[in-house]
Ligand binder design. Sequence first.
Ligand code: URP
Ligand code: ZN
Ligand code: ZN
Length: 497
Amino acid sequence: MTTINTQTHLNRAFDLVIRNGKVATATETFEADLGVIDGKIAAIAAGLPTGKRDIDARGRWVLPGGVDSHCHVEQLSGMGLMCADDFYSATVSAAFGGNTTIMPFAAQHRGDSVREVLEDYSARAEEKAVIDYGFHVIVTNLDDQALKIDLPQAIRQGVTSIKVFMTYERMKLDDYQILDVLALADREGALVMVHAENNDVIRWLGDRLVERGLNAPKYHAVAHSGLAETEATNRVVTLSRILETPIMIVHVSEAETLDCIRQAQQKGAALYAETCPQYLFLTAADIDKPGVEGAKFCCSPPPRDERCQRAMWQGLIEGTLSLYSSDHAPYRWDETGKLPKGEKTGFREMANGLPGIEVRMPLLFSEGYLKGRLTINEFVALTATNHARMYGLYPRKGSIAVGADADIVIWDEEREITITNDLLHDNVDYTPYEGMKVTGWPDTVINRGRVVIDNGELKVTRGSGEFLPCGLPEPVAKARASRNPEALIRKLVDTPL
Ligand code: URP
Ligand code: ZN
Ligand code: ZN
């Protein structure tokens, strides 16, 4: 218990005390009471005085609230389809799953202004969110207004991560444009997140499949070849190494991609990577279900084989993958999402993406922590702390420490749950994890000291979540400490051969 701060505010009663719990952070495990004042953790010590409200957590894990840094909410997809969840249903579902912060995307589509897109998403989230949220921005339209004015301003206002796509006709950037975004992010202080799949490979394979009349959902996984992911990853890693600029490869699914990431990290690249529940708990065999049932499992990249599944676990265990996010991309199994042409929907027509914001944490708690693959501290790092560090929210979020926001989740590690769609609170009409049995579930969820979920009941109102301006992402701060971005550009372009 080396870092417990026993500072107490003896002149003022605690608003809330969480008593007798087993507290775990990303680095430590100890028993203590947590005292909360004005939404912040004010004391961590044994035997704190009674607060205005006391919660007895004896025998239960008391962990930082989950930070889900990859989810899609009220967003138009790369195919132009609207997600099934708005900021209310997504944040309610996230909270029931043990999250106190989400980071969805504000998506610029071609022709949109980054400034207007951010204003629009912010207004919708402010009205509906029940837990805290920060934004990443997706860029597709790199005109001077975006590069020189809107993105630098967005970064100054706390949107410090930018996602780029290497695939989807309506979203993809070419390598030149990606270099522009990397240089801008480096200069202004943002982290670039990359959806790495080779668009031409997917398009070419897709054309050959369709020519042969092979349209069933399972062919989505054939078109989205693992090597298309590995090639694009290798290419964007190379771009980031040329500019010595950090990047985050999101939703890694393929074992060879992981090898590529590991090798680059070993060479010292400022390279970070994420995986998601669908790559640990589903495989391509799930897509190969009769009729259009397989559409329920189609996301990009798709779940792959058991070898890749094992590789993803290994990546989390050894730290090559530092984030575990949901990539919640909610589409209903009907004509609004997965089945625009009903039973006749081909693999190119259905929405890409899976719901998972509510089951992300319970799945990893059960199969990662309780099955002994991960320690409780690793579980905390992968679901909360690393996300906050990566995207400039640490130590306010993702930690249990004096001065941090009181974002705390009490877990019942004995509760056995069979996942069914009825249990979940998103606006999707199925779950890809239907019937899976997990042990452990978050029973009390506290965000800035407000009890959000108590005994299975939502206790807060629409719009009570707060916008989180993100600071400098740690990877960017680390890269800056080792060199100056402008000096690097000068070295690259001005040094004679
Ligand atoms: O299929 C997926 N992952 N859909 C969500 C959008 C994205 O690329 O993350
Ligand atoms: Zn993506
Ligand atoms: Zn995504």
